[in-house]
Write a protein that binds this ligand. Structure first.
Ligand SMILES: O=P(O)(O)OC[C@H]1O[C@H](O)[C@H](O)[C@@H](O)[C@@H]1O
Length: 548
């Protein structure tokens, strides 16, 4: 790893680059972090760094700093379990978990090129596809820190039933990762499942190097020992009160940009060997900072060639990782080159996000607005929320809109989209596309992100529901009220029951979309929902959003 501002690097080495507009301001913020000894105090797990209001939470959220050594015994334990499973012919690993309980293993496995099926959906077709493949050779890791996340609980129930129906004892095939004493711990222990209890003093999005990251990754065959070594090797630098500390540099860069009005963090992979790192960073930054009406909005873009990557807008800061040279409008700025393997990158972003939280004056360890969407979904499922009434139907697309922004007389889906885009503030606004669909089968819809970015000239994010609810969902409701929201929902090929629950997966998915839409509308944000009644309807939606 080299320090921010150092332009020297080996050509082709993966590195993290940050571009900020004001070098002098950056130096001052960096000096502030060094003088306050934030790095060494974080390493000592000092809970006072984020102010008195955050102290109680911080006191039980800082154990991630020592995970590179504390998690070491897990490597062999997981390896042993993997060997046992392999003897039984089990070579397919499925992970059921949301947000912090699935994004890290997804990156770790992708970086190592090992297969991991991540089930982080309540789409019935998506869940069924995962259930129907090679069940006899499958182990399912059910990961939930709280043990109470409804998506994960529903997925577990579906797999238990599928195993039983296939004549396989779930006790031999379900492995649980959870906090000690959680409802899931109790139930799984009673059912005879193998349970890995994680360190409860680590929050979900900082849990990459706990059992949450290491158990599924290790079972899938990733080299988790190397990952810990990489993180351990980075510790001395990341814990040093020095201007050469790249975590402080990254935090200072993001805070400098934020203070200058650049509160969107555009994240692009520049040919790195870490596919998916952007989604992990997105959750870490969005949930950690997007609250109290402030925060940094991560905008994950496809690559550095998309038109909305650079030159950047005044409210954006660019971060890339990977070996490719990136052409930016850096004439007025500088690029920092932080060379780091994956284990070090994970720890670096965690330290940087914690330091950024201090600079922004927020508590980086809570997620106060995630619960509101969950409560609204529960209300819908309990029959307490009224069924939404469509505004109109346009062919195979049914259109719903929150109150107060859609001009009377609008009667086409294209017209409604046009009206919604008109509400994106030209200076500070962003559009969030939220697709409650099958994120593999319907992957082609994602092309609308760059298309809409070009059309609006503003930052556009794209998230798959319910996955994004555990990531940018916090920022959408807790961050600045500058977002405009476009939901896309659809009809499954077939619905799927959630065993022993009074709702189906599709009912749950719909309740999540409607519930979150209501909460966003209560925050005064415009919400448009395009519901595709058929595959042709979804194609029509894709086309009208510019995905030709
Ligand atoms: O691990 P779990 O308790 O199931 O939580 C999964 C996710 O749920 C919530 O939405 C939190 O906001 C996330 O930070 C968390 O990672």
């Amino acid at each position: 790893m080299t320090a921010p501002g150092a332009a020297e690097h080996e050509p082709g080495t993966p590195r993290l680059s940050v571009t900020v507009p004001d070098r002098a301001a950056y130096d001052a913020v960096l000096a502030e972090l060094v003088d306050a000894q934030v790095a060494s105090a974080t390493a000592r797990q000092d809970p006072t760094l984020w102010g008195p209001e955050a102290e109680e939470e911080a006191a039980k959220r800082l154990s991630w700093v020592q995970l590179p050594s504390a998690s070491r015994p897990l490597v062999a334990e997981v390896e042993e379990l993997r060997a046992q499973l392999q003897l039984q012919g089990v070579d397919r690993v499925v992970l059921c978990g949301m947000g912090g309980s699935s994004l890290a293993p997804e990156v770790v496995c992708a970086a190592d090129g090992v297969g991991l099926v991540v089930v982080d959906s309540s789409d019935p077709d998506f869940v069924r596809d995962a259930l129907e493949q090679r069940l006899q050779h499958t182990v399912v890791v059910v990961s939930s820190k709280s043990g109470g996340t409804v998506e994960t609980d529903s997925q577990r129930r579906a797999f238990e039933k599928a195993f039983r129906d296939a004549g396989v004892d779930p006790a031999g095939r379900i492995v649980v990762v959870t906090d000690p004493g959680s409802p899931l711990d109790e139930e799984a222990t009673a059912a005879g499942y193998r349970v890995f209890r994680a360190d409860p003093d680590v929050g979900g999005r900082y849990s990459a190097l706990t059992a949450f990251g290491l158990v599924p990754s290790g079972l899938a065959g990733a080299d988790t020992g190397r990952l810990l070594d990489e993180a351990a090797a980075a510790r001395p630098l990341l814990e040093s009160d020095s201007p050469d500390n790249p975590a402080l540099g990254l935090a200072a860069a993001l805070a400098t940009a934020h203070r200058a009005g650049a509160d969107k963090l555009v994240l692009a992979d520049a040919g790195s060997p870490f596919p998916g790192l952007g989604d992990w960073v997105e959750q870490l930054v969005a949930e950690s900072t997007g609250k109290d009406g402030t925060g940094v909005l991560p905008v994950v873009v496809e690559n550095t060639q998309v038109p909305d990557f650079a030159p950047s807008r005044p409210d954006e800061v660019l971060v890339t990782w990977g070996p490719d040279e990136v052409a930016t409008d850096a004439a007025s700025g500088f690029a920092a080159h932080l060379e780091a393997p994956l284990g070090a990158q994970l720890l670096l972003w965690e330290h940087a996000t914690a330091a950024l939280g201090r600079l922004l004056g927020i508590n980086p360890f809570d997620q106060p607005d995630v619960e509101s969407a969950k409560a609204a979904a529960r209300e819908m499922l309990d029959g307490g929320g009224s069924t939404p009434t469509p505004v109109f139907v346009d062919g195979d697309v049914t259109v719903y809109a929150s109150d107060g922004w859609l001009p009377a007389g609008t009667d086409t889906a294209a017209g409604a989209v046009e009206a919604l885009l008109g509400h994106v503030d030209r200076e500070r606004g962003y559009l969030a596309v939220q697709a409650y669909l099958h994120r593999l089968r319907d992957a082609a819809l994602a092309v609308v992100r760059p298309a809409l970015a070009e059309r609006t000239g503003r930052p556009v994010t794209f998230g798959w529901g319910p996955r994004f609810l555990h990531s940018t969902g916090q920022y959408h409701k807790g961050g600045p009220a500058t977002g405009v929201f476009l939901q896309v929902t659809g009809q499954p090929v077939a619905d799927l029951a959630v065993p022993d629950r009074p709702f189906t997966f599709h009912e749950f998915l719909t309740a999540q979309a409607v519930g979150d839409g209501r909460v966003l509308a209560e925050h005064g944000r415009p919400v448009l929902r395009l519901h595709a009644e058929s595959a042709a309807g979804l194609e029509a939606v894709r086309t009208l959003l510019g995905g030709v």
